[in-house]
Design a binder for this molecule. Structure first.
Ligand code: NAP
Length: 486
């Protein structure tokens, strides 16, 4: 099926109409690999945020009254449109987010699965619970929370916006979405176009394109939203609760994933998984393996194999099918990654593989491998770049202590040929997700995705995502008049 590419992406859907933001400042969307300006437009202001919320309140009333079948039809059609527009989406993801083509297809597949899963959320239920009061019937109705604010990052923009937007809309909420400054189209406007074409009524989804530093507080502090769903850094996310006040919070924050390789691991398997988990999308993934923690008995062997594989990865233009490692999203992020490497070397880490950035914008950083201890900056902090830190552990107990010696707790992995040993180890890891004999980078729309410690609050996926997006309304019916105390 062919379709005309979406146009009119220099304006945004606000309270039911596509129009320019009313900020005097412009947003400029650039290709991180070539530096080419892809799109420009006027940013949203705080008054546009007010408009979006006012429109969301109005639109939500009617949307919540639509039938599950009507809402399902929107998501089934969205899945069809994603199929029809896959190449258009791949093009946007490579140009705007600097993703390799292979990575773009994976992200689009997850988003399609999320659209299909949304269909299963459209029919909210109710149940009755017994009462101690004679003649009393207690009914508990599951209801949409109301208006949901979604703030998302640039690294998996389509997926990380859609994973809240889709279930939130499916249950009858309206949404105001703020994508990251670096990915206004793939994180927001393209999603709005898809849903509009699929039949979502105007005003149910507004998208505000603007800087977090300028409109973020207005989005979070506003009295209208009942839920703030924030995916981004721990630095920004930890400020949200005090600003949000009495609202539900879904916070999906940074990670510092350990991949633990025990003494009986299949080393080929572990090395393949560690290479993927460290360098996929240039390491700009919350679930990336930040630290490879290796039992002393297999450490040297693993290091040799890991460095050999990392050296062979193809770096460069994300449009070329052979490219494994493309550009870092922005100058600021690149500078941050290089700074963490430099501080780690100052702290005593050994650089086994490195190199200078290349490409037209100088943002393609080749894979780096550091050998260090768990207290070097690259092990303590989330690096968010193509930098692996390998840490030697004395034994299994020491490996577990190192894995847990972090303020983060998002994804993690353990490699062992003894599956029961792996499961027992996994249950001791202080994290929301631990994969036995697999990559730390793994998402599944049907499983509970989320973090512990400073990595966040709440879960995406499956039925768990509804915990944050719905509320309960207790309606009791008194069937016979009951005696009152006075
Ligand atoms: P970020 O700087 O925290 O930004 C995330 C979003 O928050 C962006 O839309 C940003 O807008 C907005 N924002 C910035 N300041 C704000 C404020 N004061 N109030 C409200 N919103 C504000 O994070 P990032 O650099 O885009 O993303 C990388 C981080 O996200 C990493 O730490 C990564 O681990 C984490 N992440 C977590 C998950 C997860 O599921 N746990 C998934 C992906 C990424 P602007 O872009 O306009 O500044």
């Amino acid at each position: 099926m062919t379709s005309t590419p979406y146009d009119g992406l220099d304006v945004m859907p606000l309270a039911g109409a596509w129009r320019a933001g009313s900020s005097p400042d412009r947003f400029v969307d650039t290709d991180p690999y070539t530096g080419e300006v892809i799109l420009e437009g006027q940013r949203a202001s705080v008054s546009d945020v007010d408009d979006a919320y006012a429109g969301a309140v109005l639109a939500q009333r009617d949307w919540a009254r639509t039938s599950p079948g009507e809402r399902s039809a929107v998501f089934l059609r969205t899945a069809e449109l994603i199929d029809a527009r896959t190449e258009e989406l791949v093009d946007w993801l490579t140009r705007e987010a600097g993703t390799t083509r292979m990575r773009a297809y994976v992200e689009i597949g997850i988003v399609r699965a999320t659209a299909m899963a949304a269909v299963t959320h459209t029919a909210l239920g109710s149940r009755t619970v017994a009462s101690d009061v004679p003649g009393k019937e207690n009914r508990i109705y599951q209801r949409p929370a109301g208006v949901v604010a979604v703030i998302s990052p640039w690294n998996f923009p389509l997926h990380l916006s859609f994973r809240t937007v889709a279930p939130a809309l499916a249950v009858g909420n309206s949404v105001v979405l703020k994508p990251a400054e670096d990915t206004p189209v793939t994180g927001g406007l393209f999603i709005a176009k898809l849903l509009e074409e699929a039949g979502l009524p105007p005003g149910v989804l507004s998208v505000v394109i603007g800087r977090g530093s300028e409109i973020g507080d207005a989005l979070v502090e506003h009295p209208t939203p009942r839920v703030i769903s924030f995916t981004g850094s721990t630095a920004v996310g930890q400020l949200i609760p005090a600003k949000a006040g009495v609202k539900r919070l879904a916070l999906e924050l940074g990670g510092n994933g350990p991949m633990v390789v025990l003494d009986d691991a299949d080393l080929d398997h572990a090395v393949d998984a560690a290479i993927f988990s460290n360098y996929w999308h240039q390491g700009q993934i919350c679930m990336a393996t930040n630290r490879v923690v290796v039992d002393a008995s297999v450490h040297d062997e693993l290091v040799d194999r890991f460095v050999a594989r990392a050296r062979d990865l193809v770096t460069g233009d994300p449009r070329l099918p052979e490219t494994h490692v493309g550009p870092i999203i922005s100058e600021r992020q690149l500078a941050g990654v290089r700074n963490k490497v430099a501080r780690s070397l100052d702290a005593g880490a050994e650089l086994l593989l490195g190199g200078d950035p290349s490409g037209p914008t100088g943002r393609v950083l080749p894979p780096h491998v550091l050998l260090g201890t768990n207290d070097i900056p690259a092990a303590v902090e989330e690096v968010f770049g193509p930098v692996a830190t390998i840490i030697k552990a004395r034994d299994e107990r020491d490996a577990l202590a190192i894995a847990n010696d972090t303020t983060y707790g998002l994804s993690s992995a353990v490699f062992t040929t003894d599956l029961e040993r792996g499961i027992a180890f996994a249950l001791e890891v202080e994290a929301g997700m631990t994969h036995v004999n697999d990559t730390t980078v793994h998402d599944d729309v049907h499983a509970a995705f989320g973090g512990e410690k400073q990595s966040g609050l709440g879960r995406f996926g499956g039925e768990w995502v509804l915990d944050d997006l719905t509320t309960e309304h207790w309606v009791s019916v008194q069937h016979v008049r009951r005696p009152l105390p006075f």
